[in-house]
Ligand binder design. Sequence first.
Ligand code: CO8
Length: 381
Amino acid sequence: MSVSTTTATAITGTGVWHPEGVITNEELCVAFNAFVQRDNARHAEEIAAGTREALKESSAEFIEKASGIKQRYVLDRTGLLDPDRMCPNVPDRPDDQLRVQAEFAVRAAERALAAAGRAGADVDLVVLGASNLQRLYPAISIEVQDALGASGYGFDMAVGCSSATFAVQLASEAVQLGKAKCAVVVVPEMTTGHMNWRDRDSHFIFGDASVAAVIEPLASVDPARARCAWELVSTRSMSKFSSNIRNNGGYLNRCDPARADATDRLFYQQGRRVFKDVVPLAAKFIGEHLEAHGLTSADVRRFWLHQANQNMNELIARRLLGRDATRLEAPLILDEYGNTASAGSLIAFSKYSDDLPAGSWGVMASFGAGYSLGSLLVRRI
Ligand code: CO8
């Protein structure tokens, strides 16, 4: 476990961007069920002979009840809703054009910089954190740095759904060490590319979105410039190995030709086990972080939790508060966005933070594959 307690830094602006395409649960299930019917018809003889199990249909009612998700934003509806394709159509771009993930990042970064009253030329560090990286090199953050007209340096990092909180922590520490004066954390989660849209257990989970945050020294915060600034009082992170959420996609995949069509190169999970593990783990992790600062959950005005599952968040908030949280104490964005991987808690923060008065305490918390957990203790300036 690593703990940082004197981050004299602040989040001076955030920005959210998502593609315009929307897929509702109902639309998603129409496509999925058409695929199921076709697949079962194709294998009718084996199914009748008992040598193959028939695929089961999905339902919009199940999805909303089990997860709280009602819809998700997606870059490409066409490929996802085509029962013969079930994969987003994202044409490759020439090397002299901004790639999709960098474009996601730049769009959110521009909004975050505007909120912070900063320009791209002010930026001297870009940390890109995302659960999936589009390519290996050059680092996507460096492409973003170039597109923003920033100086300094950039790097990419991935820690599943804790990529954003870990990235904020690293950027904050760089500012704290004097290595950067104006860092931008970009979290371009183009998640629809890593899902197995033919898997009934998980086809409904993720959506595409991008979020960014500007991090500067606390001493340089100017309320006239940055309308909604929050001191990053403390950051905490933790990891504990588990294979319950996994994606074996990687550069060595082609080296095992026998497994060219393996579906474990896409997202898969033991959802029930994860659910059971995460509730006590996350509540303890956040509670201990607060305790280390002489705070209790009652002192916290808002918890911006990872946005994977409404039932999970309600249970975690109940453990922390000893009662049900109100919608504003633990806001949800997953009903509209789906699970946006590591972007979720930061999107919730961006959308639900400017109403709180100066001095308010808040916690952003992520829990994700790895397992990985991140907690950011913040106070409104
Ligand atoms: N349509 C209709 N029925 C379905 C469907 C479907 N699409 N899928 C499953 N069912 C059926 C099953 O067949 C089963 O039927 P039966 O009882 O007859 O066998 C029944 O519904 C229940 O199935 P499950 O037990 O699989 O369903 P759950 O109630 O567990 O819900 C979830 C599935 C929503 C995926 C749930 O398990 C979940 O959210 N788990 C938590 C993990 C998670 O959120 N994953 C998201 C991505 S990873 C991530 O964001 C990080 C999460 C936390 C990390 C932890 C770090 C410490």
